[in-house]
Design a protein around this ligand. Structure first.
Ligand SMILES: Nc1ncnc2c1ncn2[C@@H]1O[C@H](COP(=O)(O)OP(=O)(O)OP(=O)(O)O)[C@@H](O)[C@H]1O
Ligand SMILES: [Mg+2]
Length: 222
């Protein structure tokens, strides 16, 4: 299965989610996982490097691919249980190519106007890619949510914006928590760093919600 964590908004938590999902599948599902880093900034490759320098952390394979990567991805998919692609907005070609082969596309967005402004363009890209990959399941996930109760409305409103474009939005969200950043710096995951934390629960909920989704057989071109 290929899961693309993508989107064009910088800092929305794409790499963080991709890394935590990779650890979830390797650790909790005992799966063979490959990460594909399509970001020229190499955030995930740096994370892997930090990870490999710590003998207590199980190794995860990672390669870098840029540009027209569709055929590379198609052949890699055959050799792994899960291929997790971390794709930023800088490499539009790679993002589209990955969208054309992935089973799941997951797009993190913060509940902020500047992130939500990207929804129409992402919807446009997703509909184009659905023509070649009609079974692809696309979802938004709201990340780095404020935990103050009086700001809960922001999360609901963000979800409503995504739904209004006809795209699935996950029930599971992530809240703003330092453990995400701390884990990333150590080449680790919140699942390893603080397995009983709320952050670990958030990551598991996202992964489980993805796995529970039924394949899209509607072949609908929106
Ligand atoms: N839920 C969260 N709570 C707090 N910090 C978070 C959360 N998710 C991600 N972060 C932190 O926010 C920063 C940006 O996240 P990340 O690098 O994953 O974003 P990105 O979308 O991959 O950015 P880019 O577009 O630059 O690739 C990182 O320092 C990360 O650790
Ligand atoms: Mg990134």
């Amino acid at each position: 299965m290929m899961i693309l964590v993508g989107g064009e908004k910088g800092g929305s938590g794409k790499s963080c989610l991709a890394q935590n999902l990779a650890v979830y599948f390797a650790r909790d599902k005992q799966a063979i996982v490959l990460m594909v880093d399509c970001d020229p900034q190499r955030t995930t490759s740096d994370w892997i490097q930090a990870r490999n320098a710590d003998p207590s952390l199980p190794a995860i394979n990672c390669i870098q691919l840029y540009g027209k990567i569709r055929n590379d991805l198609l052949s890699l998919k055959q050799h792994y249980d899960y291929v997790i692609v971390d794709c930023g907005g800088q490499d539009n070609l790679a993002l589209r190519a990955a969208m054309s082969v992935a089973e799941h596309v997951i797009i993190p967005l913060r509940p902020k106007r500047r992130d939500l402004k990207t929804v129409p363009h992402m919807e446009d890209m997703l509909s184009t890619c659905k023509m070649v990959n009609p079974k692809m399941l696309a979802s938004f996930v709201i990340t780095q949510c404020p935990s103050l109760p009086n700001q809960a409305n922001r999360i609901i409103e963000a979800k409503e914006v995504c739904s209004s474009y006809g795209i699935n939005v996950l029930n599971a969200v992530t809240y703003n928590r330092n453990v995400y950043d701390d884990s990333e710096e150590q080449g680790s995951s919140v699942l390893e760093n603080e397995p009983n934390s709320k952050a670990a629960e958030e990551m598991k909920a996202i992964a489980e919600e993805l796995l529970a989704m039924e394949p899209d057989d509607s072949h609908e071109f929106k």
